[in-house]
Design a binder for this molecule. Structure first.
Ligand SMILES: Nc1ncnc2c1ncn2[C@@H]1O[C@H](COP(=O)(O)OP(=O)(O)O)[C@@H](O)[C@H]1O
Ligand SMILES: [Mg+2]
Length: 348
């Protein structure tokens, strides 16, 4: 006997620099929810969050999905209070956030669903927030004895007083060898990150990053391959095969990530089995330490000549476009797109 389909609330767009990527990810998730046996299982209601953070119901959301183009908020702005959830949200049984970066991958929308007491796909509030904040994540990784590159964490207020500023710069240069990567703690897609080779560039990199976030990280740059492993599950987390990103640039910056033809993936990565095994083990360890469940992609640096492996970061809402590593890692591990989104919904 046929049962009623489950209503999924697909939320995408969002108030973050990764708005466009989120639209492309949502198109892929939607196609997975509407193919194979999922056609009978699910009914999808789409919700679009515009770049200013306003929520829109299916009429506008479906238009954004069809055109794959963001819609900017109408002018004049809708009345105050419009930011509340659209009425159709009451019909939703399971929420499926496809929001990358701040206001989506950081525990905020997860907190909203939790307050509404409704199930949602992906990591919860703690796992999302810890993984989003590069400084917080590093503290947890260190505590779990996961190997990571040497770093210094600082606050933008450390940069305002000239005396304090000199102390911190001296400390960084004593502790780390150039080149460094300067990062705002709470962004993604390489936004606000710079590679710096001397104190002048460090000053500039930190000043620029401080405009984006008050929490900052300076890391020692390593020369390494970039490897990624995907996670899926709730009570028992499963890892995928390991993939590698290849790119034609000094480092994996925003343009290299999102310009067609500048990067490619190798799945599975060509690695000795013991290295893949170490990556899968550390992936699970990192997820357990941060409380991440549901979905994640864990990224590593690996120097083959010294056999050094460093964890870089956990992404709890990894890119989900048709070209993205997360769905491709699962495809290579024997899980097709429609099976993948179905299993993700089951973890909600
Ligand atoms: N310590 C480092 N050594 C070498 N490359 C780095 C380092 N940190 C970052 N990078 C480069 O910058 C990219 C983006 O950094 P990452 O920390 O992953 O930020 P995001 O969260 O924006 O993806 C990495 O994929 C890598 O190419
Ligand atoms: Mg990254």
């Amino acid at each position: 006997m046929a049962t009623n389909p489950t209503t999924i609330g697909l939320v995408f767009g969002g108030h973050s620099g990764e708005h466009e990527v989120s639209i492309r990810s949502a198109v892929t998730v939607l196609s997975g929810l509407c193919s194979g046996t999922n056609v009978q299982r699910y009914e999808v209601i789409a919700f679009y969050i515009d770049r200013d953070g306003r929520w829109w119901g299916p009429d506008l959301a479906n238009r954004v999905l069809a055109t794959r183009q963001p819609i900017d908020p109408p002018d004049p702005l809708p009345p105050k209070g419009f930011r509340s959830l659209p009425v159709d949200s009451e019909a939703v049984e399971i929420w499926y956030p496809v929001l990358h970066g701040p206001y989506g991958e950081d525990g905020t929308v997860q907190g909203l669903f939790k307050l509404m007491r409704q199930p949602f796909v992906g990591a919860g509030v703690l796992g999302s927030a810890l993984s989003m904040d590069k400084l917080a994540a590093k503290t947890v990784f260190a505590n779990a004895n996961l190997s990571q590159v040497p770093y210094v964490g600082l606050h933008s207020s450390d940069l305002t007083d000239p005396y304090q500023r000199k102390i911190i710069f001296d400390h960084i240069e004593t502790k780390l060898r150039y080149p460094y990567f300067v990062k705002p703690a709470n962004l993604g897609s390489s936004l606000g990150i710079s590679k710096v080779r001397n104190r002048e560039e460090l000053e500039y990199g930190l000043t620029s990053a401080a405009l984006l976030d008050s929490r900052l990280v300076v890391e020692e740059g390593v020369s390494a391959r970039e490897l990624e492993c995907a996670v899926l599950g709730r009570d028992s987390l499963k890892t995928s095969v390991v993939g590698e990103v290849h790119f034609d640039a000094d480092w994996y910056d925003y343009d290299t990530k999102y310009t067609a033809g500048l990067s490619s993936t190798v799945i599975p990565a060509e690695l000795p089995e013991n290295v893949s095994q170490r990556i899968r083990e550390q992936t699970l360890k990192a997820c357990v330490a941060t409380g991440v469940i549901g979905m994640a992609r864990v990224d590593f640096f690996y120097n083959a000549s010294t056999d050094q492996l460093w964890i870089n970061e956990i992404n709890t809402l990894p890119g989900f476009t048709s070209q993205s590593m997360y769905p491709m890692l699962w495809e290579a591990s024997g899980v097709t797109l429609d099976q993948l989104v179905h299993r993700l919904v089951q973890t909600a």
